[in-house]
Design a protein around this ligand. Structure first.
Ligand code: FMN
Length: 190
């Protein structure tokens, strides 16, 4: 029998993304988001959810776009930092030693040092409760050539993305390869 632990946000793991925005004054900012994921294949879309109290919330609405910057395991300190302090009173790019690059496709900056960048145009805004969900249409993905693998796509073993455990607030690296999708399940076909 399973043990009930209540209605909590425990769909572990979640991603660790840094969302890049320009505020109303044009200042580049980044904020950590774990409440996010891909939500549509065509048009390609993803979501991030922010509390109204964050500087990022107003910036996304103001600029109608944002970037998702995927850190590598060795950038976990920068990733955590961007989730601790607010861009309202700190220049997080400068404080973390990161370089903002102006996107040519959306009105938002991305992080030069991070291996994988997703540029998003705001498509929908959904007021849910404490968090507001922003659905962004992916207009481009940019990758450091060093993390590319087969077919010119990002190789997860080179990107080394971070997974977040909301149950114990821990950051984890990726684990071992378990099997090929749309293939390993065929073993159970009669
Ligand atoms: C691992 C981690 C994940 C986080 N995920 C979210 C999130 O999904 N949504 C959110 O509103 N805040 C999240 N936060 C908190 C914000 O990143 C934090 O409030 C930050 O200071 C907001 O920055 P800003 O005011 O510059 O936008 C997270 C923090 C950490 C450390």
């Amino acid at each position: 029998m399973k043990q009930s632990i209540g209605a909590k946000t425990l769909a572990i793991p979640t991603p660790v993304w840094l969302v890049g925005t320009y505020d109303a004054a044009g200042k580049a900012n980044i904020a950590t988001a774990a409440w996010g994921g891909i939500c549509c294949s065509q048009p390609p879309c993803l979501t991030v959810s922010f509390r109204k109290a964050t500087h990022t919330y107003a910036a996304i609405i103001e600029r109608q776009g944002y970037t998702v910057n995927i850190p590598s395991a060795d950038q976990v300190t920068e990733a955590d930092f961007a989730g601790i302090v607010s861009g309202r009173d700190t220049d997080k790019f400068a404080a973390a030693g990161l370089t903002p690059v102006r996107s040519e496709l959306v009105d938002a900056p991305y992080i030069a040092e991070f291996p994988l960048i997703i540029e998003c145009r705001l498509l929908h805004t959904l007021e849910i409760g404490l968090h507001t969900q922003f659905v962004g249409e992916i207009v481009d993905v940019k990758a450091d050539p060093a993390v590319l693998g087969e077919k010119g796509y990002p190789d997860i073993r080179k990107v080394r993305p971070i997974a977040w455990d909301s149950a114990h607030k821990g950051y984890y690296g990726i684990g071992e390869f378990l099997g090929q999708a749309w293939e390993i399940g065929n073993r159970l076909k009669k």
